[in-house]
Structure formats: structure tokens, C-alpha cells
Design a protein around this ligand. Sequence first.
Ligand code: ASP
Length: 286
Amino acid sequence: MNPRIIVHGGAGRHEIDQPQDILETAADSGYAAMEEGTAVDAVETAVNVLEDHPAFNAGNGAKYQLDGNPRPEAAIMTGNGDAGAVTDLDGICHAISVARAIMEQTHHVMLSGPFATRFADHCGFDRQDLSSEKAATEWEKMHAMVEDLSFDETIETLKEYDTGGTVGCVAIDADGSLAAGTSTGGRSPQLAGRMGDTPMIGCGTYCNEHAAVSATGIGEAIITMTLARRCVEYREDGMQPAVATENAIKALEEKTDRHAGVIMLDDNGETGISHNADEMNTVVRE
Ligand code: ASP
């Protein structure tokens, strides 16, 4: 089996201002990690590179929630069906690594909030200031728009806007093992306490022995369509990944009228990349 990796930097309605060279570095780093290790090492390594860079909506670049705080969330899953997920972290850049630690060190799939952060502290993750100029500027704009509005008016106003930039990765290693992972700061704008599709297994992230998927786009639509699981189900029904991802995105558009993007690898190393956004940046290495 030839190892293969795909990374994405999110799907957006508008032009996503992202450095392509960092996406390429992420794919190269993930691929190199896979030569020494496995698909799950590739996914974690590639996503860490993107979490480190403030241009992406994850880790150091995580978008803020409406109260002015970033709350990173992530999920990781392997072809064995092992999964780890985390939401509402405080000051932890490598959310995907916390998700992996939950998968490998606990008997749970998901931790949230202060206890997730405490678990990360216990594992030795550093707490850091995740504020970034890009996320702060975006938050100031959103906050100024709603600060004099009632709560109901705020909710109505925020429905009009949307920005993305979540990051994700799927990989297959030389042994044919698959893995998928996704990490994000959520959508902007978003109410404080919102949880998106990214850490929800089967929604933003899914992997089994047949295929691995990472999704991006409007989380609420992705959740109601269980988009990542849907792509894998289509593959299980006999569709090639390119057809499976295309059909899943079509179904999401028809049902929700929202946008999303997916990357997929199956157990033959076949690739599917589809979106109905204005832009989705991806890199494939093999
Ligand atoms: N899916 C993410 C969320 O809704 C946003 C994104 O993909 O950019 O939290």
C-alpha cells in the first residue's frame, strides 16, 4: 500500500486568506511522521502544524466565541474504530493531541470544558494565550455589530454571517491503516458555549476500516446530516470516494442549503475531495 495523506484548511463562503505553503508543510510533516509511524501519527502531526499557525481557525488561530474567548475543539479516529474528542478547551493549542490522549489513555471518547482542560494539564500540555490578530479583529467586528442588541436580536443578526477555516487531515499508511482528524475554533460568529460538528464523531470526523473522512463548513448542517459518517456509508454501499463525497455534499446542500467540504481516503488509498463552498484549500501527498 502506498501511504497517502490529505490535509484541508477549511471551506468558506468567501476567499480564505491562508498560506498555502503552511498547508504543504503540514502535509509533508504528516507524511514524514507516517514513514516512521502510522496514519494516526500522520494526522496528529499535520494538524499540529496547522494548529500552530494563527492563519488557520484552530489552536493559535482559533476563532473567539461571542464572549471574546477561543474554545478549541477536535476529534481523531482510527480505522480500528478508536476515537477521542474534546470540546471547550481553555488555552490549549494542540486540541487534536488532547483528543488523541483521551482516545489512548482513557476509557472515554469525549471530554469537555474545565475537566477536559484539567485532563490536558494532567497530560502535560502547556496552557498558552491563544489570542491572534486575525481572530481578534473578526471578533471586534462581530461584537460591535451586536453589543447594543437584545439577546434575540443578537441571535437573528449573527445568522447572517459566517466564516470558517477549520483544519483536518486523513491518512492511510503502508499497512493500510486509516485515520482521520479535525481541529477548530468553531464558526464566527458563535454564541459562547457553542459546540460544532468537529468533535462530534460521525459529523465532522469519522473513520472505520473502510474509509476516513474530515469535514469542514457550517457545523450545524454537518451535524444534522452526520456528514462524515454519510460519506463512509456511501463508500460502504460501493461508491468510489470521489462519488461518495460528491453525493454527500449534494445531499447536504439539498437538505440544508448550507456549505461544507470533505476530504476522504478509502482502504484502497482512493481519494475524494468535494465542497460546495467558494473555496477549500487542500494538499495531497503520496
Ligand atoms: N465546521 C466548523 C464548525 O462549524 C467550522 C469550519 O469548518 O470552518 O465549527
